[in-house]
Design a binder for this molecule. Sequence first.
Ligand code: NAP
Length: 214
Amino acid sequence: MPCGKHFTGRLARSTVPGVKILLIGASGLIGTAVHKTFLDRGHDVLTVGRTSGDLRFDLTDPEQVGALYAAASPVDAVASAAGDVPFKPLADLTADDFRAGFAGKVLSQVELVRQGLPHVSGSFTLITGVLAREPIVAGSVASLANGAVESFVKAAAIEIAPRRINAVSPTVVTEALDAYGDFFPGMPPVDLADVTQAYVRSVEGPLTGQVFIP
Ligand SMILES: NC(=O)c1ccc[n+]([C@@H]2O[C@H](COP(=O)([O-])OP(=O)(O)OC[C@H]3O[C@@H](n4cnc5c(N)ncnc54)[C@H](OP(=O)(O)O)[C@@H]3O)[C@@H](O)[C@H]2O)c1
């Protein structure tokens, strides 16, 4: 916050009103809250899902990611709240489970960035999660996927400027405790309202290469 006798101007608003955002997973638990927050902040949001949203594409298919950008380009920002991974004890996981988790959360989001470069002028925001830093039983595919996406974000950031890229890495959200709370014993949950602010920070703020932990 500027202070002192030399500051004479008015602070500019930090928001970037009216940017066009492609939001993947807008019908999901996190995506619904992020969608509402973006709309409340005056952004123009195009929603994407396999079976929901303004545009219907499956991010696990690189050809469909290309078709998505052909339909939506140009956009200012891309925000992802989508990424499916299987949850099973390690001894029960098959090679196909790992492939499915890697395709569902890592390669899908990598494709959003790789193919998005010619179409996106502002920022990419990807979703990861607490399991990148604190594992739970039966969560090894999610841990692998989240860690991979967070490493990718740091690597991509040094190559895509002036575009920016960040990850949002929540713990279990309060609103999902009924469904998943037993898997996170003693771990404090985070409210969806705080998760949405991490997306706002990524889209509207200046930082890149960050993992935002709401
Ligand atoms: N819930 C939590 O407490 C929590 C905490 C930390 C991290 N996360 C992570 O946040 C992400 C979203 O979680 P959520 O609980 O909000 O999930 P969710 O309620 O199951 O919603 C997932 C959303 O993503 C879309 N989607 C999924 N796969 C897609 C694909 N291949 N292509 C296009 N759209 C796809 C779905 O729409 P369609 O079905 O129409 O495709 C849906 O809109 C996940 O990666 C999860 O691991 C969640």
